[in-house]
Design a binder for this molecule. Structure first.
Ligand code: PBG
Length: 326
């Protein structure tokens, strides 16, 4: 025995005090962005069935949510709108009086220091549910760029601190950067959904945002889950076009991609922990099949360990509460 040569790794694990001294990744409420779904109407706080504890809010009830987010030390929200009317061109996305624009202005008035991010896309606002203009069953790229730029400008006008384009048209960062600069918003950063996969993990979100495509799927613009090198090309072109943050989405099945994008770019990287990833854990924990708190904190820690600087997650409020009380 005495002559055996081996390393005693367990020395650093025997007490919580020592474990915390050598912990390499720290999770904190400052890392989180929490999503908010806003709807037209009054006195609405309605739970989204496939996303327990996530709600649709009308603007007159929104302060309840905002105040809670702020009290938990979460620094940023991302606003998703469910409009009352949709058309072929997604007109309500770039209406200065649209639901997202009204929500942004409302939140900034209530909490000027809370960072408000606007999701810049058309799919919630088009009657066909695609992220761009559709002609003969095809989602047109260049014709869509103008509308995206208009949407971003109107969100910035409403007071958005950051715009987050999620549509995956080619050239969307360049078009939006140009549009924002031309309108005098050169200081508004772009958090680009640079690496967004065509994923089955978005299912619950599409229920929540009423944005399921009415025909076909998003595979002609969102990425093939099998691809890794393509993620780096997507990240690179968004960097060239002027993105300030890079989002990788989804997160949990794509931790390898988060690491590569971080190492490759050196940019602030955001992990988008999407609706299906949330719903799976919620469902399992409601059945007592997993311990929700431990599994959520482990999952979020793994995203930071993989290289994410920021985590966009529906668990943000719960996780912030657990981190405060631990
Ligand atoms: C809009 C958008 C989607 C999500 C965020 N922005 C849906 C999609 O691309 O189908 C998904 C978010 C989630 O699942 O949590 N384009």
């Amino acid at each position: 025995m005495k002559d055996l040569l081996f390393q005693r790794h367990r020395r650093l694990r025997y007490s919580e005090g020592i474990r915390s001294m050598v912990r390499e990744t720290q999770l904190q409420a400052e890392d989180f962005i929490t999503p908010i779904f806003v709807v037209e109407g009054e006195n609405i706080k309605e739970e989204i069935p496939s996303m327990p504890n996530v709600y649709h809010w009308s603007l007159d009830r929104l302060d309840e949510e905002i105040d809670e987010v702020v009290s938990l030390g979460i620094p940023a929200v991302i606003v998703f709108g469910v409009p009352s009317s949709k058309d072929e061109w997604g007109t309500s996305a770039y209406d200065d009086e649209g639901i997202v624009q009204k929500a942004i202005a409302h939140i900034k008035k209530r909490e000027p220091n809370l960072t408000v991010i606007a999701d810049t896309c058309l799919c919630q606002f088009t009657d066909h549910g695609h992220c761009g203009i559709v002609q003969n069953g095809k989602v047109l790229n260049d014709e869509t760029l103008d509308l995206l730029a208009k949407t971003a400008v109107s969100q910035a006008k409403a007071g958005a601190d950051i715009v987050a384009p999620s549509n995956m048209m080619d050239g969307f960062v360049a078009a939006i950067r140009f549009g924002l600069d031309e309108a005098g918003f050169e200081d508004v950063p772009i958090m680009s959904y640079a690496v967004k996969y065509a994923s089955a993990f978005y299912g619950p979100f599409r229920d929540a945002a009423h944005s399921t495509p009415q025909f076909g799927d998003r595979k002609t613009y969102q990425m093939d889950p099998a691809n890794r090198l393509e993620a780096l090309r997507e990240a690179e072109s968004d960097m060239d076009e002027g993105a300030d943050f890079l989002i990788v989405k989804p997160a949990l099945s794509y931790l390898d991609v988060i690491r590569e994008v971080k190492d490759f770019s050196g940019y602030p990287v955001v992990a988008y922990n999407v609706s299906g990833e949330y719903a799976m854990i919620k469902a399992a924990s409601q059945n007592n099949w997993v311990d929700e708190k431990s599994i959520v904190l482990e999952k979020l820690t793994s995203m930071k360990r993989a290289g994410a600087d920021i985590i966009l997650t529906y668990h943000a409020k719960d996780a912030a509460r657990w981190l405060l009380n631990q």
